[in-house]
Structures are given as C-alpha cells and as structure tokens.
Design a protein around this ligand. Structure first.
Ligand SMILES: [Zn+2]
Length: 176
C-alpha cells in the first residue's frame, strides 16, 4: 500500500499521513497540536478519539473532514482549518472536528449505521457532542455548527473537487 511508502508519523497510536511534501510538516504539526489540545482539555473524549480514529490523512474535502469505517480513517482538508485560523484558531477548530468524527466512529462501533433517513439526526448528535467539548475547552464555535449540519449537495461536491484538483495541478506543475 502506497501509504506505508509515504513518510508518516505516529502520535499515540494515530498515524498521520500527508502525501504532499509541501504541506506535510505543517499538516503533521497541526494534527499533533489538535490531538494534544483534546488530550489536555478533555481526557475522556480524547480516549474516544484514540479508539475511533487510527489514521488521519490530508485530502481536500468539501466539508473539511470526512470519516470512514471500518478502516477508522479520517480525511482532513488542512486548507479549511488554516482559513479558520484568524477566526477561531485552527488547532481548536480541528480538535472540535476530530471529536465530532470520533462520535461517528463510536456510533459505528455500537452498530448504529448511517442511512439517508437518520443522517441528519446522527449529524446533530455529533455536533452536540462537539459543542459540549468546545464548552469544556472554552472554545467558541458559534455559527459553525449550523453550517456543517447541512451536508453539501452533489453539485457542490463536484464543483469543489474540480476546483481543488485544478489548484493542486497548477501548484504541482507550476509551483504556484
Ligand atoms: Zn459528521
């Protein structure tokens, strides 16, 4: 698997991978800082993160993050969190999202499978748990939760993927 050929970092049992050398150091430290933030502010929720997330991979996502089972992979779009830096602080923002994704993981572990019918209820549950974490960590996520509660449409996802592919190609070919 290409993953194991690419440099990766282990943080308390979670593997952090970024296939792109230009962003690797920045991405790896952001993820490590976010994990340390959760561990410091909320040890119980941190245990859930360690249990439910095994691999964090840097990939563009329209929602900023996406979680997959059974592999316990979490895809994170670093750009989204760098953009949040001035507004909320990107470490805290990523910490909140990792807590959110770990709830998806726990539900799967408990055999609660996501369907189109229960999706918004599950999303609400993960967001409420994320909000509880944010309150505990004294981190302001106002205005965020409503945005992330509506899943992006297929058209939105396509447009996003197209735009980000172009950006990456331009960057890789022309270095800008
Ligand atoms: Zn979610």
């Amino acid at each position: 698997m290409a993953l194991w050929l690419s440099p990766h970092f282990d943080y308390q049992g979670i593997t952090i991978v970024d296939f792109r050398p230009e962003t690797r150091d920045r991405f790896t430290s952001l993820v490590q800082e976010a994990l340390a933030f959760i561990s410091e502010k909320d040890p119980n929720r941190y245990r859930r993160v360690l249990r439910e997330i095994k691999l964090i991979n840097h990939l563009p996502r329209v929602t900023g993050a996406q979680y997959f089972r059974p592999s316990r992979v979490c895809y994170i779009d670093e750009q989204v969190f760098q953009a949040a830096k001035s507004l909320h602080g990107n470490v805290g923002a990523l910490a909140c999202v990792l807590v959110h994704e770990s709830v998806h993981g726990e539900l799967f572990t408990r055999h609660v499978l996501e369907t189109s019918r229960n999706r918004s209820r599950i999303e609400g549950l993960c967001n409420r748990e994320m909000a509880r974490f944010a309150r505990r960590a004294n981190f302001n996520i106002e205005g965020w939760v409503e945005e992330s509660a509506t899943p992006p449409s297929y058209g939105q996802q396509l447009r996003f993927a197209f735009r980000r592919c172009l950006e990456m190609l331009r960057h890789d070919l022309f270095g800008r």
